[in-house]
Structures are given as C-alpha cells and as structure tokens.
Design a protein around this ligand. Structure first.
Ligand SMILES: CSCCC(=O)C(=O)O
Length: 194
C-alpha cells in the first residue's frame, strides 16, 4: 500500500494520504510522478541493465520515455543483516539530489523517500509494484530501516548511473523508516476503529 505524509519544517507529521488519487495529486504539486507496473521476471546483467529492463518493461518505459531520457539502469537489493547496509543507509539518509531524474521501481519490499516540498517535506512509502519519478534536482533522502528488505530497479538519465550531490542540509527529526511505519499503522488502525 502506498502512503504519503506531509511534514512541516520542524518535522511534525501534518497529514497522511493512502489512496492513489490523493497520493498522485499531492506528489504532483512537488513535480513527482507515481505509478504501478506489473511485476515480471527480470534478469539484470552486472553493470548497465537498461537493455534487460527494456525487454521486460518496454511498454512502460516507452510511456515514461515521453517525459524522461533513460541511458542506464541497475538494481539495488538489500536484505536484513546485509553488511553493506549501514554505509549505504548513511549515504541514502544524507539529503542529496541528482542531475538526472530519479526513477525507482520496487521489485520487492518497501522503502521510504523524504522529498523537499514547499517549506516542508513529503514522506513517500513505496512497495513492490510501485514506481516513483523525482525530477532532476529535487532534494531527497531515503531509508529502509534497521532490517532493510527491498529490491529496486533504478533508471538513470546518464550512462554512469548513480551520481549524487549531497545538499549538506541538517534535516529536522523526520521519523526514520521503522518509526514512520509504526506511526502509519497506528493512524490506519485509528481510522479503521472510527
Ligand atoms: C531505492 S534506491 C535509493 C534511493 C535514493 O535515494 C537514490 O537512489 O538516490
């Protein structure tokens, strides 16, 4: 289930949306696109996997390609206990931006993006089958928690793949992945009880 939450400049949780239409509408205000693709078997070679992604997701990429130029692709996969995660997590949690659009498609698991939006932030929780496209230059960070479990396809507008420029900004205390999910579940439970 996708979930989008708005936070103020201090990191206070203000509002949550969990239906596709409202998620899309509120993301669009930040220039961000969100959608779903079917999950298909996908073998990616080491290095650039754009040709393999094109073979599996030709139609979807053609639709995306109207808005983005795609030049390379790879896959990032992390599971609980992965020794690479602490360093990777620190890199993703440091707010950064890219010179190309950030297009990510979740093949499995979940992950949380924080995006700058107006004076505050948007927290977007994505899961398998969902994709997000951030415009070039949008400051963001990402977390998948203490026990990360996700596999994401990354599509790049440049041949060399992932290149990030840290913003160096000190962010307010936005909830990390595990707290975000716990608070979201509390809210969803409260709505269900009403
Ligand atoms: C889901 S991949 C990691 C997210 C991220 O912040 C990035 O690729 O820049």
């Amino acid at each position: 289930m996708v979930a989008l939450a708005r936070f103020d400049t201090e990191g206070q949780w203000e509002e949550t949306w969990v239906c596709d239409g409202l998620v899309r509408q509120n993301l669009a205000a930040a220039g961000v696109q969100f959608g779903r693709w079917p999950l298909r078997p996908l073998q990616l070679p080491a290095g650039d996997g754009l040709a393999a992604v094109q073979a599996a997701y030709g139609e979807e990429l053609a639709a995306l390609g109207e808005h983005f130029t795609l030049r390379s692709a790879d896959r990032v996969a992390v599971s609980p206990g992965d020794a690479r995660w602490p360093a990777l997590r620190a890199q993703y949690l440091a707010e950064h931006r890219h010179g190309d659009a950030e297009i990510r498609f979740f093949l499995s698991g979940t992950g949380l993006f924080y995006l700058r939006s107006g004076a505050g932030f948007l927290g977007l929780l994505c899961e398998a089958g969902e994709w997000v496209a951030l415009p070039a230059g949008l400051a963001h960070c990402f977390d998948a928690g203490e026990a990360p479990a996700f596999e994401a396809l990354r599509l790049f507008g440049q041949p060399q793949g992932w290149v990030a420029e840290p913003t160096g900004a000190a962010l307010p205390a936005l909830p990390r992945y595990d707290d975000f999910v716990a608070q979201l579940l509390e809210q969803v439970g409260e709505v269900a009880e009403e």
